[in-house]
Design a protein around this ligand. Structure first.
Ligand code: LMR
Length: 400
């Protein structure tokens, strides 16, 4: 009965790893998926995560009961505080409902499905370009996806004029997806002044902001600094959705830990919204897994572990920044044609190189370097040892 099932293409991001794994070359390099690697090219489990896991294992009072539908209460409270700030009036006024979800993707999906069921506007505007999964998540949740101009390939910066024009002509009430920091894939963020322009426009048109916060602490190394955009929107008292992920900043990729926070105008509305979120979650996966959220809660509530986490986070962010400089220097040393200053200007995990899909294919075939076809490279996958190989490949790609 399934004889007519057609083979689906691999995922544009995760499929890069599938292709990489099949390549027997000893010099192969995976710069596709955004996953942190050490200087030795190995995945990293943070020390604080190991310590928290040890504490959890040693605690014999811990059981494996189901969590509530909305997840671990401590985790939810601490996650909202991390995002909105310890002294957030919205939290103090019980205006925020936070539910534990399956990392960023699951948080976006639950939020989108809630909107499709409970909100009068079904249209969501996403930046062009954006993370490849966004369109699919929102479409399958029942929203209509439209895009707004974001990246200017000529300046390799933000097209603020285009962005303001497109959001300015969006229908009143439309949902707007925003990357809280370290825009994926471009690494281009609005300045604080530009965020303020965007905020004013969104509020004046009663658009609904939906933040994807996947890199808090990873962009600048500062947890508060990377939450500034979100806090500006929450600070003005309007509604706001935020999907939060601990994949990158705590290295908990496979644990699937994240949260959806919805900021409402009154405490009563927030509690009714939460009751509806439960109706979305229960038939989807019943309730979330306990282990990853317990790790996060353990780290966030212990002063020493929290401090240690911030240091480890900063070290990861700094290593990525060092890789940017090294790649930039290596291209300059080779006299590679073009202006490569965007490599050091862009922030977060990725460099949007400007290489086209033909050049990407060339680099994969000739140099065994794997990356997404839009020319995005994960800087976190590079090391001092592999920078020269990448620089050689880019040089060859743009000169042949
Ligand atoms: C990425 O963009 O590489 C990451 O967010 C991982 C993913 O799930 O796509």
């Amino acid at each position: 009965v399934f004889a007519n099932v057609v083979r689906a293409p691999e995922d544009p991001i995760l499929g890069v790893t599938v292709a990489y794994n099949k390549d027997p070359s000893p010099v192969k390099l995976n710069l596709g998926v955004g996953a942190y690697r050490t200087e030795e090219g190995k995945p990293l489990v943070l020390n604080v995560v190991r310590k928290a896991e040890q504490l959890l294992v040693n605690d014999r009072s811990r059981v494996k009961e189901y969590l509530p539908i909305v997840g671990l209460a401590d985790f939810n409270k601490l996650s909202a505080k991390l995002l909105l700030g310890a002294d957030s009036p919205a939290i103090q006024g019980n205006l925020v409902t936070t539910v534990q979800c399956l990392s960023g993707t699951g948080s976006l999906r639950v939020g989108a499905e809630f909107l499709a069921r409970n909100y009068h506007q079904r249209t969501i505007y996403i930046p062009n370009p954006t993370w490849g999964n966004h369109t699919k998540i929102f479409t399958l949740a029942g929203l209509n996806v439209k895009s707004y101009r974001y990246y200017d390939p000529v300046t390799r910066g933000l097209n603020i004029q285009g962005l303001l024009e497109d959001l300015g002509s969006a229908p009143s009430g439309a949902i707007v997806l925003l990357h809280a920091c370290a825009h994926n894939p471009t690494g281009v963020d609005p300045t604080i002044q530009q965020w303020e322009q965007i905020r004013r426009l969104i509020r004046s048109k009663s658009l609904l902001p939906f933040f994807d916060s996947a890199y808090q602490g990873f962009a600048s190394g500062s947890l508060d600094g990377d939450a500034q955009s979100v806090r500006m929107f929450v600070g003005d008292g309007g509604e706001c959705f935020i999907a939060q992920s601990y994949a990158k900043n705590m290295g908990l990729y496979g644990e699937r830990v994240g949260a959806l926070s919805i900021v409402c105008r009154t405490a009563d509305v927030a509690s009714r919204v939460e009751s509806q979120l439960k109706l979305v979650i229960r038939p989807m996966y019943s309730n979330p897994p306990i282990h990853g959220a317990s790790i996060v809660a353990t780290v966030l509530k212990d002063r020493n572990l929290f401090h240690e986490w911030t240091l480890e986070l900063k070290a990861m962010a700094d290593r990525i920044i060092t890789m940017r400089q090294q790649l930039f220097d290596a291209l300059r040393a080779r006299g590679t044609p073009g202006d490569w200053s965007h490599i050091i200007k862009q922030i977060g995990m990725f460099t949007f190189t400007g290489l086209n899909s033909k050049q990407v294919t060339f680099m994969t075939k000739e140099y065994h370097i794997y990356m997404t076809s839009d020319g995005r490279i994960s800087m976190a996958g590079l090391s001092s040892r592999t920078v020269p190989h990448l620089a050689d490949a880019i040089h060859a790609a743009v000169t042949t």
